[in-house]
Design a protein around this ligand. Sequence first.
Ligand SMILES: [Fe+2]
Length: 578
Amino acid sequence: MNILGINAYHGNASAAIVCDGQLIAAVEEERFNRVKYAAGFPAQAIRYCLKEAGLTLKDVDHVAVPRNPYARLATKLFYAVRMPSFARERAKVMVKFTGIREALGQTFDADAEKIEAKFHRIEHHQAHLASAFYVSPFERAALLSADGLGDFASTMWGSGEGSRMQIDGAIAFPHSLGLYYSAVTQYLGFLKFGDEYKVMGLAAYGQPEQLDAFRDIVRSNGRGFRLGLDYFTHHRTGPEMSWAEADKTPVLGRMFSEEMPRRLGPTRAPEEPLEQRHRNLAASLQARLEEVYLGMLKKLAERTRLKAVCLAGGVAFNCVANGKIFDATGFEQVYVHPAAGDGGLSIGAAFYVWHQVLGKPRSFAMNHAYWGPGFSRDEVNRAVEASSLPGKGYSVEELAEGELLRRTAGIIADGKILGWFQGRAEWGPRALGNRSIVADPRRAEMKEILNRRVKHREIFRPFAPSILEEATGAWFEKSHPSPFMTMAYAVRPEKRERIPAPTHVDGTGRLQTVAREANSRYWRLIKAFEELTDVPVVLNTSFNDNEPIVCRPEEALDCFLRTQMDALVLDDFLITRS
Ligand SMILES: [Fe+2]
């Protein structure tokens, strides 16, 4: 039985294929069309997923789409009357959404009417919850999804057992932790879609001096929270989103009202310098998010009396808050879907159909994130040859693994910047050792070098450590696995000066714990680095330069040559300056 999940006409358009309950492939459209957070119809992602699974469109039994126009219909109609322009915008998206069958037909040059697969509409947050629970290793778990907005809700919680999920509550538009974070992110002068994680990084440089004001912006109540709507505009105008086109990154209109600068001080324009006041505001924003998010999780743990929790939705990318769950709530185990944002909805919708609709038992756990395109030795070789590297002053060697890792670990330990491209691409926004740039964590200057030569990003943003899973407790104050880089833990004080480059200003690191069985070659690379340096950690940042993470070897070579990396490993090929 083959189930195709499609997240279309929504940020992070993506596709996933689940065959007899096993995930075979999943990828976001941005990796193909090279537009960050691309919306629209993920035609290339769907083609890739079917090809990887060896299927044609005729073999697909079910198509799962994470949007249900009938969910919260009364609320939708209520706001449609009050916000006609928003209603018109949503209606346009809805027309596209109902055309998924036609778009699928066009993608494969097939008659849409003859597609035999059964179509399912899964409510946005139920798909988020399914994306976390049904691929988690837990038989029973509490569930929480929190994001900006989806099917007119921002938050949903419940519990899962075996192949069933039970929904216990939800918070509807206009109250939203995701929109709260987005609105204050805009107010602080970060206007691009997806900039929230920059402000989370900035928060570590400030003090939550304005926490009281933020307690008025997000107010606690018995169910969790509600927004102080005076500070926002989205409940009057609707969040102005345009994300129906595949070739564009989604754009969000302004979401905060004049009340926000009245209470917090002047709005920062993007070109204005960052002052301590802005850092303190970011810290206050983050502190209030943590109070509310961790408070909801604490109540969820008490109500369900479960020890494990599964998280998804864009708010679940807040690794700083996630890292505090163990101390702040009764939960002892946490699973965050690697594509916790809307990209993950395609997997969630597909597994929802397999378990919740079809009642099939659980037989799959996602313990690694390598579900995207991989390339054969010949494809990699062709890309290398086409780049005429020797003529550009580079030498190319094809090496056996032992020699490759020994040489590569030496390159990193020498303070060089290494492009590291292996196997199948990661699912979700984090590079986890298959499309990564790797560097020496012991050198404090590495952050500045990486920014100047390759990444060109804000200096206040931290870089992440990848650590051998078994060494986690010796280097960090928590040892719970974080295979998808979704948790930030404090680095042990005595270790901070040994890995200054990926240690953030507040002493934490957004770590990836690398298990040998999840990615044996990356694990062995870090092990080889440890043998040279006594440090079981490398600095890991995504293989890109202000673009989606590279997918194909050609893009890796292009990024390598365009920036000033020192060496590149493409599967078994080692490329160095000669
Ligand atoms: Fe969402």
